[in-house]
Design a binder for this molecule. Structure first.
Ligand code: GLN
Length: 498
């Protein structure tokens, strides 16, 4: 049961071969079996999930369903609010907070009949590339428990890789859906900015954040994207336009014909500093796309080399402002340094105890970049470079329908390896950050095992804003060609997990 894809589970539910209760219970059993080792979940809601599954089965028995994924269980990153279910954002400052409302993404999952298994682990407030910055301990990579599962959404990716959930929701501000996808051998899709509602997504950086699917196949991502996407009046940056047909694009791609599709290789993203095995798998994948009929061109995006620096000014600036609301008064933790302490003293003590080092680092950076004497030199300058990055994308998309690169420069590194070196940690997002700065969609699809330790790598496909369907079409074509070559999906060795 647990090794089935969401599309397969949906078909088994439709044919009456299984029930949502059986599928949900199988995943809850799997969580009980392996999550002690993986630690993908911060909260598991067995009771809630089974109640939704029962309702789904009853509906189906009465001849109705709410969506194509009705009854298929899912895990949700702990940065999206869930009514009645804790939401911590991986931070001590929100320990024990139970939101009074659902994020729009969560509401849409409920309205589509998906049982929510629980909330997944993440770097605190989505800051990180390894999930080691979670205040509740790291998630481990199912491919090798001594290695990181990527971040910040390592919990969602690991849950899906370890068959604890067929589907998960992640969020991607600089790569947190795609990079965990790459290092855990799963599929991760960051939709066009504004394509999926941010209402109830606890903001890291409003102008960059985007929720999206984490799955084991491209088709599953497209199915989930259709459930969560589309206009939401509660999010002022939500795009008031219907989604392109995503499932149809994935099915079309899976048929293996890419004739007429122009693929642009970003020349700035495949040279020095990239792990050789990751580049080899990347080039082989490009060859498969050519075999499927695509035309390949080389494109140059010279400002992308400044993307990381730009991001690490804009993100901390927005984050420092967003995190000001955690003031010991409104949510979660409240620390009294001494009896009779002033509000300011309580606030200071709470933020000192409640935030981890990486969060504090970014608040300081962001406050500095926004301070009146430095605003023009740092934040203002970064916004200008951001525009140049968008222009590079525009020019590149005149030459190619999609742009491709490896998703992350290396396979999964060891836990602890980069924890004390923030810059080394930041470098993991070299290839994923430009898409967030420009608001364009991007998917990471597994490209194969890329080193002597047998660890997976990812292939990134970027498309113009609102052309998310192209990510699915090309992604599904690549996936189909690779599955053919491998003779089936690559999965983590089961003995790792027991
Ligand atoms: N790793 C990046 C960061 O630390 C991306 C985070 C994200 O996408 N949420 O900011």
């Amino acid at each position: 049961m647990i090794t089935r894809t969401a599309a397969e589970l949906a078909a088994a539910l439709a044919s009456g071969e299984t029930t949502s209760v059986a599928a949900t219970r199988a995943h809850l059993d799997r969580i009980a079996e392996v999550d002690g080792a993986v630690h993908a979940f911060l909260h598991v809601d067995a009771e809630g999930a089974l109640a939704v599954a029962e309702a789904s089965d009853a509906r189906r028995a009465a001849g109705t369903t709410l969506s194509a994924l009705d009854g298929v269980p899912i895990a949700v990153k702990d940065v999206l609010t869930t009514e009645g279910l804790p939401t911590t954002c991986g931070s001590k400052i929100l320990e024990g907070w139970v939101p009074p409302y659902d994020a729009t993404v969560v509401r849409r999952l409920r309205e589509a009949g998906l049982p929510i298994l629980g909330k997944t682990n993440m770097d605190e407030f989505a800051m990180g590339s390894s999930t080691e910055h979670s205040a509740y301990g790291p998630t481990r990579n199912p491919w090798d428990l001594d290695r990181i599962p990527g971040g910040s959404g390592g919990g969602s990716a690991a849950a899906v890789a370890a068959f604890e959930a067929p589907l998960a929701i992640g969020t991607d501000t600089g790569g947190s859906i795609r990079q965990p996808g790459a290092v855990t051998g799963t599929v991760g899709m960051k939709p066009t900015y504004g394509g999926v509602s941010r209402y109830g997504l606890v903001a890291l950086a409003n102008s960059l954040d985007q929720a999206g699917p984490v799955t084991r196949t491209v088709l599953d991502s497209a199915m989930l994207h259709e459930v969560i996407g589309g206009h939401d009046p509660l999010d002022s940056t939500s795009i008031d336009q219907s989604l392109p047909p995503l499932v149809e694009a994935a099915r079309q791609g899976a048929s293996g014909d890419l004739s007429g599709v122009r693929i642009g290789i970003i020349s700035e993203m495949s040279g020095d500093g990239w792990q050789p095995g990751v580049l080899t798998r990347f080039r082989e994948s490009v060859d498969l796309l050519v075999k499927a009929g695509a035309e390949v061109v080389e494109v140059s995006c010279p400002t992308f080399v400044h993307a990381l620096a730009t991001y690490y000014l804009i993100l901390p600036a927005e984050a420092s402002s967003n995190l000001a609301k955690f003031d010991a008064m409104r949510y979660g933790l409240r620390v009294w340094p001494e009896e009779g302490a002033s509000a300011e003293e309580v606030m200071r003590a709470t933020r000192d105890a409640g935030f981890g080092d990486e969060v504090k680092r970014r608040i300081i950076l962001g406050t500095y970049a926004l301070s009146s004497g430095y605003y023009d030199a740092y934040y203002g300058q970064a916004q200008k470079v951001r525009t140049l990055i968008s222009r590079d994308f525009e020019a590149a998309f005149e030459q190619a329908d999609v742009l491709v690169s490896p998703t992350a420069p290396t396979t999964a590194f060891k836990l602890g390896e980069k924890l004390d070196d923030p810059i080394a940690m930041y470098l993991n997002d070299l290839a994923t950050i430009p898409a967030n700065l420009a608001g364009v969609p991007g998917i990471s699809v597994p490209s194969g095992l890329a080193d002597e330790d047998g660890l997976p790598a990812g292939f990134q496909i970027l498309a113009p804003a609102l052309a998310d369907d192209r990510c699915y079409r090309v992604g599904a074509a690549l996936e189909a060609a690779l599955l053919d070559q491998w003779g089936g999906p690559l999965v983590p060795p089961e003995e790792n997990l027991s």
